[in-house]
Write a protein that binds this ligand. Structure first.
Ligand SMILES: C[S@@+](CC[C@H](N)C(=O)[O-])C[C@H]1O[C@@H](n2cnc3c(N)ncnc32)[C@H](O)[C@@H]1O
Length: 228
């Protein structure tokens, strides 16, 4: 349905219409993604997943880095994870961290249905513990890290994940705009943005992200050498 440009643009920012436009062109939902949302609904999992268009943005960013190894903090039902896993080559790996066993179970079914489970490892437990464990194992570095779990942990996740990220890799933090700007109090995401701004090895910007009900932000950082 086409509505006059001025009507849309002069109302409060009509993110619904803009997001629908981008989604219909670039992020149509296939059966696996639609079923992922349906499975979350059936299982009573709260809809805290990224939007379809943000999922597509994650996929584009992962492809841009030529990602072969991706680390996600906050699996939920696997919706963002499916987008990320689809950007990986067949021998690529998505390691995704989730504290709630029920979410991990639902995500596993969704990854299987989407045909990406062979590229995915779900680690159940508090993310900070798993990140320390991954560091002690000394595996190959990650090309992209996506942080999307409890906001109070964001700064700790940044600190623990950064050594695991290769130079030139991307560090992404989700939901980093409204809380940081519109709340008076200190918030986890406000502290995360400040921490990213302070790190000399990170070049960072917040990309505003449209949602059906308003605007959010994705903090995008590229890891460079400290001297750069
Ligand atoms: C916003 S949801 C993730 C959404 C998901 N990335 C997506 O877009 O489909 C946050 C998830 O982080 C998990 N979580 C919360 N605290 C955590 C922690 N300390 N360690 C690991 N996962 C945690 C929650 O159980 C929830 O499933």
């Amino acid at each position: 349905m086409n509505r006059p440009f001025m009507e849309i643009n002069c109302m409060e920012l009509n993110t619904h219409a803009y997001d629908d436009y981008i989604g219909s062109l670039f992020a149509p939902q296939d059966a696996a993604l639609t079923e992922t949302i349906a499975e979350m609904e059936r299982e009573g999992v709260r809809m805290m997943n990224v939007s379809a268009t943000e999922g597509k943005l994650l996929q584009v960013l992962a492809l841009t880095t030529g990602a072969r190894r991706i680390l996600e903090v906050g699996t939920l039902g696997g919706y963002s994870g499916i987008h990320l896993a689809r950007a990986l080559p067949d021998d690529g790996k998505l390691i995704t961290l989730e504290i709630a066993p029920h979410h991990a179970e639902v995500a596993r079914r969704n990854f299987e249905r989407a045909g990406v489970m062979q590229k995915v490892e779900i680690h159940v437990g508090p993310a900070a513990e798993t990140l320390r464990q991954l560091a002690s194992e000394g595996g190959p570095p990650f090309d992209l890290v996506f942080i999307d779990a409890d906001k109070s942990g964001y700064v700790e996740y940044l600190e623990l994940a950064l050594p695991l990220l290769r130079e030139g890799g991307l560090l992404l933090g989700d939901n980093t705009l409204p809380d940081a700007v519109l709340t008076e109090e200190d918030s986890g995401t406000k502290r995360y943005n400040a921490a990213a701004a302070e790190r000399s090895e990170l070049t960072t910007v917040i990309v505003p992200v449209l949602r059906h009900r308003g605007l959010d932000g994705l903090t995008v950082s590229v890891k460079r050498t400290r001297a750069a």
